[in-house]
Ligand binder design. Structure first.
Ligand code: ZN
Ligand code: ZN
Length: 358
C-alpha cells in the first residue's frame, strides 16, 4: 500500500527500486556475499575500486563457484582481485582458487601460512594451492596486520591460532557475556576437524563509522581469547555470520557483544545453518534482520522470511542429499556508507532495506 501511495503521489517511478533512490555519486564500500553452496566467497570493493575476496568457494562443478564470483565481479565493475584472502586451507574456502584465477587475475594471496591438516587428500590440495600462491605475491598475515584497501581500514584479528593482543581503537570494554561462556569439548570439535578452522584468518573492516567482521570458520573456543574477558573488537554494524552458521562458532560472547544491526549467513542448503545458530541470532536484541544466501533445509521454520533469502529451497532436490546445485545463483549485497548507514539488497528479487546512521 505504501508503495502504491508513493507511486500515486509521483514520489517514485513505477519501475523504480529502493536502491535507485540512493544518490548516484555516493561512495560506498560494497560487500557481496556469494552463494557457493555452503562454502565461502565474500567480495569487498572499496570506493577506489580496490578489491578483496575472502575465500574462493569449492573446486569442481565446471567452475561453478568461480563463475558465480566472476558474475559478482562483473556487477561490481572489477576485472581483477587485489587480495585473495584464504582464511584457512579447507576445500570449501581454498578449493575454487584455481578456477577463479582462470577468470580473474589475483595480485596478492594472503593466508595463515602452512596447513595443519595431515590427510593425504588435504595435503595434495594444499600443495596445489601453494603452487598457485607462488605464481603471484603471497603474504602470511598475523593478528594486528593491516591490509591497504583504499580508504577501508582492514585489520587482521586472528591467524594460525593466534589472536589480537591489544583491543582495536575504542574497543576493550569488559564483556559480560563471557560469564556464561561454555567451551566446546574436544570430542565435539575434533568431529568437525577443526584444527584448520581454529587457525582461520579473521578481519575487521572499518569505512568511516561503518564496521563489520568476517571470520572464516574461526571456532567457538577461539572466539574466547578475542572477546573475553574484554571485547577486543568493539561493536559492529554488520555480522557476516561465522562458519556458515555452524553451531561450533558464534558464541553469544561474540555475537551479543558485537551487537550488530544485521547479519548475513553464507549457509548452504544442508551445510551450516544450524538450529542453534538461528535460535541464537534470533535472540540477539540488536539484530533487526538475518539475511541468508541460501534456504537452510534443516532450519525449516527458523529460516528468515523468503524476501531475505537469496536462493530458495530447490524442492526437487530437498529429499536428495546428494543433489548438486549448478549454474548461476543470486547474492546478497551490502552497500555501506561512511556515516555508518548501509543498505542490504537481495539480487534475486531486488528486496532491499536501509539501516540508518546510528
Ligand atoms: Zn567452511
Ligand atoms: Zn573449515
Amino acid at each position: 500500500m505504501r508503495w502504491l501511495t508513493a507511486v500515486m503521489l509521483g514520489l517514485l517511478p513505477v519501475s523504480g527500486t529502493l536502491a535507485a533512490q540512493e544518490p548516484a555519486d555516493e561512495e560506498t564500500l560494497d560487500i557481496y556475499v556469494i552463494d557457493v553452496e555452503g562454502g565461502e566467497a565474500t567480495l569487498f570493493v572499496a570506493p577506489s575500486g580496490e578489491s578483496m575476496l575472502v575465500d574462493a568457494g569449492w573446486p569442481g562443478f565446471d567452475g561453478r563457484d568461480a563463475d558465480r564470483i566472476a558474475a559478482v565481479a562483473a556487477d561490481a565493475g572489477i576485472d581483477e582481485i587485489d587480495y585473495l584472502v584464504v582464511t584457512h586451507f579447507h576445500t570449501d574456502h581454498m578449493g575454487g582458487a584455481h578456477q577463479l584465477i582462470a577468470r580473474l587475475p589475483v595480485r596478492t594471496f594472503l593466508d595463515h601460512g602452512e596447513t595443519v591438516d595431515e590427510g593425504e587428500r588435504q595435503l595434495a590440495a594444499f600443495d596445489r594451492y601453494v603452487d598457485l600462491r607462488e605464481s603471484a605475491d603471497h603474504r602470511v598475515v598475523a593478528p594486528g596486520d593491516t591490509i591497504p584497501l583504499g580508504d577501508i581500514q582492514v585489520t587482521m584479528l586472528s591467524s594460525h591460532g593466534e589472536v589480537l593482543d591489544t583491543p582495536l581503537p575504542g574497543a576493550g570494554a569488559p564483556n559480560y557475556f563471557c560469564d556464561d561462556f561454555d567451551f566446546h569439548g574436544s570430542e565435539i570439535t575434533s568431529r568437525y576437524g577443526d584444527a584448520e578452522d581454529q587457525r582461520s584468518l579473521s578481519a575487521h573492516l572499518g569505512f568511516g563509522a561503518f564496521r563489520t567482521v568476517i571470520m572464516g570458520d574461526l571456532t567457538w573456543n577461539k572466539e574466547y581469547p578475542l572477546m573475553c574477558p574484554n571485547n577486543k573488537i568493539g561493536r559492529v554494524d554488520l555480522y557476516l555470520v561465522s562458519h556458515h552458521g555452524s553451531d561450533t562458532s558464534g558464541a553469544e560472547a561474540l555475537v551479543r557483544a558485537l551487537a550488530p544491526r544485521a547479519a548475513v549467513m553464507n549457509n548452504g542448503p544442508r551445510k551450516g545453518g544450524a538450529l542453534h545458530t538461528f535460535a541464537s541470532l534470533g535472540r540477539a536484541p540488536t539484530i533487526e534482520d538475518l539475511w541468508q544466501n541460501h534456504y537452510s533445509i534443516p532450519a525449516g521454520s527458523l529460516n528468515a522470511p523468503e524476501q531475505f533469502i537469496a536462493n530458495l529451497q530447490d524442492f526437487a532436490s530437498a529429499d536428495d542429499e546428494d543433489a548438486v546445485h549448478t549454474g548461476p545463483s543470486a547474492w546478497i549485497k551490502i552497500s555501506a556508507r561512511r556515516d555508518g548507514s548501509f543498505t542490504i539488497t537481495n539480487s534475486r528479487n531486488g528486496h532491499s532495506k536501509t539501516y540508518p546512521q546510528n
